[in-house]
Design a protein around this ligand. Structure first.
Ligand code: ATP
Ligand code: MG
Length: 419
């Protein structure tokens, strides 16, 4: 087996941090809104950790910190927070007096027992950032002395550019933090900072990635799935629910609307020109999603459409689909290659679930030659067979609505689980 590249694994085994320092980047750019963004991020971190988990979130000079009580498992907290949007990265730290001797002693204590580890020793590099120059030593002094002490105590090798274990010394208000390792966050903006969207989730590879991209920019989401049950199995609905759970920010609740689409599809097949079928499906989908979005207070729709990927995604057809609604349709994947979308799906962890086979409502009753250049007037003519508003109402009213988002008990169980 290859050695794990997860930096949490290279943090010294006996290192018992008392805090996780949480860094954000973009929020810091928001000027006067910064406090508001910080408050939202802190709230989201508390939601992700769960109340009663024993981890305390506090603000700290341009960063956030999570207090780790004695015996609490900081790795579980870090794993949970690694899904909280707005977090750039986290560093587990102990606090020391800002003197060379105290920092050396803290470093030696942190790496105690590392020599006997039996593994290939990791590389490390010490970086010191001082908030004030009021000390009788320089940052370089700290780096040399702490580095030498770690080398002597643990036998680790120095590699300043790309260390396995970055070691940081930061001083804040006459106390110093000594940190080992770094856990990456997802970046982006905190959930709740950017309004609400309705994400159309098909159960394929693209739509959960599209939802994730918009969620990562701080939006909250409701999810809408169209299914052809009983003509297709129940699997597509289960997949849509699983995928919604995967992209939903931890600790936040939402809803998945499951819209029964089979009856409308049957009528489209019997009453409309075959070439227009797929664009007609899509126009009814976005209209229904828009009606749901209005009920849910969402301001835009999100799809996984991608220019030229399939017949329904030519510029002409996207234009015809957009003509059916007045809300903006956000398509965050529009310019990506399929390969890039698959890489993203793997990174966010949805790929495996997406490729499970399911009966898709749109491949069901797919025409042999779908129009690639539909015109809005042809669609309008085909739709005269419907009372469109009544049809959309019927679809919304007959939808089943399911809760999405882990319950508090589930979060607590995960946090308290020891490795
Ligand atoms: P995906 O795009 O998720 O891989 P797909 O390729 O089967 O699924 P397309 O035919 O490319 O779907 O549809 C484009 C977009 O339309 C999807 O990304 C999704 O946002 C929306 N969509 C398609 N089918 C459905 C459905 N059954 N329920 C909800 N949204 C759908
Ligand atoms: Mg697609």
């Amino acid at each position: 087996m290859l050695p794990s590249r997860d930096p949490r694994d290279r943090v010294p085994a006996r290192f018992q941090p008392t805090r996780l320092i949480v860094h954000y980047n973009e929020i810091a750019l928001k000027g006067r809104n910064r406090r508001w963004f910080e408050d939202i991020l802190a709230r989201n971190m508390r939601l992700a950790l769960g109340s009663g988990s024993g981890f305390k979130v506090e603000k700290l000079y341009g960063r956030l910190a999570v207090g780790v009580g004695p015996g609490a498992d900081w790795r579980c907290a870090a794993a949970r927070l690694a899904r909280v949007f707005g977090i750039a990265y986290m560093v587990p730290v102990v606090i020391a007096e800002p003197t060379l001797e105290a920092l050396e002693a803290a470093a030696a204590e942190a790496v105690e027992g590392e020599r006997a580890g039996g593994r290939e020793p990791p590389t490390f590099g010490v970086r010191c950032k001082r908030a004030t120059k009021d000390y009788p030593f320089t940052s370089a002094d700290v780096q040399c002395r702490v580095g030498a002490r770690i080398q002597a105590a643990a036998g680790w090798r120095v590699h300043l550019d790309a260390p396995d274990v970055p070691v940081v010394v930061e001083d804040l208000n006459m106390l110093a933090f000594l940190g080992f390792g770094r856990v990456e966050g997802p970046g982006g903006l905190p959930t709740g900072a950017s309004g609400r969207v309705a994400c159309l989730l098909s159960g394929g590879i693209d739509s959960p990635v599209a939802a994730y991209q918009i969620l990562r920019r701080g939006a909250t989401a409701v999810y809408v799935h169209f299914h052809s049950f009983p003509h297709t199995g129940i699997e597509s609905q289960e997949k849509a629910r699983d995928l919604a759970e995967m992209v939903q920010p931890p600790g936040h609740r939402s809803r998945l609307w499951k819209v029964p689409f089979a009856e409308l599809q049957r009528r489209i097949v019997t009453e409309a020109p075959a070439a227009l079928r797929v664009v007609l499906y899509r126009r009814f989908m976005v209209r229904t999603a828009e009606a749901i979005a209005r009920r849910e207070g969402a301001l835009a729709l999100v799809t996984g459409e991608n220019l030229g990927q399939v017949a329904s995604q030519t510029l002409e057809n996207l234009h015809t689909i957009d003509g059916a609604v007045s809300m903006p349709v956000l398509r965050p994947l529009i310019g990506l290659d399929k390969r890039e979308i698959i890489d993203l799906a793997r990174r966010i962890g949805t790929y495996e679930a997406s490729i499970e086979p399911h009966g898709d409502c749109c491949s069901f009753l797919m025409p042999p030659n779908p129009a690639t250049r539909s015109r809005p007037e042809d669609l309008a003519a085909a739709e005269t067979a419907w009372d469109v508003a009544a049809e959309v109402d019927r679809l919304v009213e007959s939808s089943a609505v399911e809760q999405v988002g882990a319950c508090e008990a589930g979060i607590l169980a995960e946090i308290q689980r020891k490795d």
